[in-house]
Design a protein around this ligand. Structure first.
Ligand code: HEC
Length: 142
C-alpha cells in the first residue's frame, strides 16, 4: 500500500507522471515550519540557502522554475535529481541564475510525507508558485 511512509523513490516509480499531489496543499502555513526543519536536516540549505533564497544554487523563492513548479515535477526532481529527471524524459524549460545538476535525495529523505512537508515549506516561501501546483510539466507551461 502506498501512503505517507512510502519512500519517495518507490512513490515515484509506482505513480504515473502528473499524478503526485501534495496532501498538505490546503495547510501550507501550518506545515511550513516542520517542512523547514526537514529541509534543513536534509541539507537543502547548503545549496539553496536557509530560507530558500539561493546561494551557490538557484533560489526557490523566485518565479523562474527550471522544470515548472507542479507538485508532481518538484517531487520527482528532488527524489531523482537532475540526471534522474533527465533520464525520465524531462528537459530544462527555463534557465536559472545558476545552471547545474541537483543531486538525488530519494535515498536521503526517508518518507514521502517528509518530502511533501519540504515542498509545503517551499510553497510557503514562494506563494506565487501555488498557482502552478497543477500545471503539468510541458514545454512552455506558463
Ligand atoms: C548540491 C547542491 C544542491 C542541494 C544539496 C540541493 N539542491 Fe536543489 N537544486 C540544485 C541545483 C543545481 C538545481 C537546478 C537543477 C537543474 O537545473 O537541473 C536545483 C533545483 C531545485 C529545485 C527547482 C528550482 C527551480 O528554480 O526550478 C527545487 C525545488 C530544489 N532544487 C529543491 C531542493 C530540495 C528540497 C533540496 C533538499 C532535499 C535540494 N534542492 C538540495 C542544487 C542543490
Amino acid at each position: 500500500m502506498l501512503g505517507p511512509a512510502t519512500p519517495p523513490l518507490e512513490l515515484v516509480a509506482s505513480t504515473p507522471k502528473g499524478e503526485l499531489k501534495n496532501p498538505y496543499n490546503g495547510d501550507i502555513a501550518a506545515i511550513a515550519e516542520e517542512g523547514h526543519h526537514r529541509y534543513l536536516s536534509a541539507g537543502c540549505n547548503g545549496c539553496h540557502g536557509g530560507g530558500g533564497g539561493g546561494g551557490m544554487c538557484p533560489p526557490l523563492t523566485n518565479d523562474t522554475w527550471v522544470y515548472g513548479a507542479a507538485d508532481d515535477t518538484l517531487f520527482r526532481l528532488i527524489t531523482l535529481g537532475s540526471d534522474g529527471l533527465s533520464k525520465a524524459g524531462y528537459t530544462r524549460l527555463k534557465h536559472e541564475v545558476v545552471v547545474g545538476p541537483m543531486p538525488p535525495f530519494g535515498a536521503i529523505i526517508k518518507t514521502s510525507d517528509d518530502l511533501w512537508r519540504i515542498i509545503a515549506f517551499i510553497r510557503s516561501v514562494n506563494p506565487s508558485s501555488t498557482k502552478l501546483i497543477d500545471v503539468p510539466y510541458a514545454p512552455n507551461p506558463y
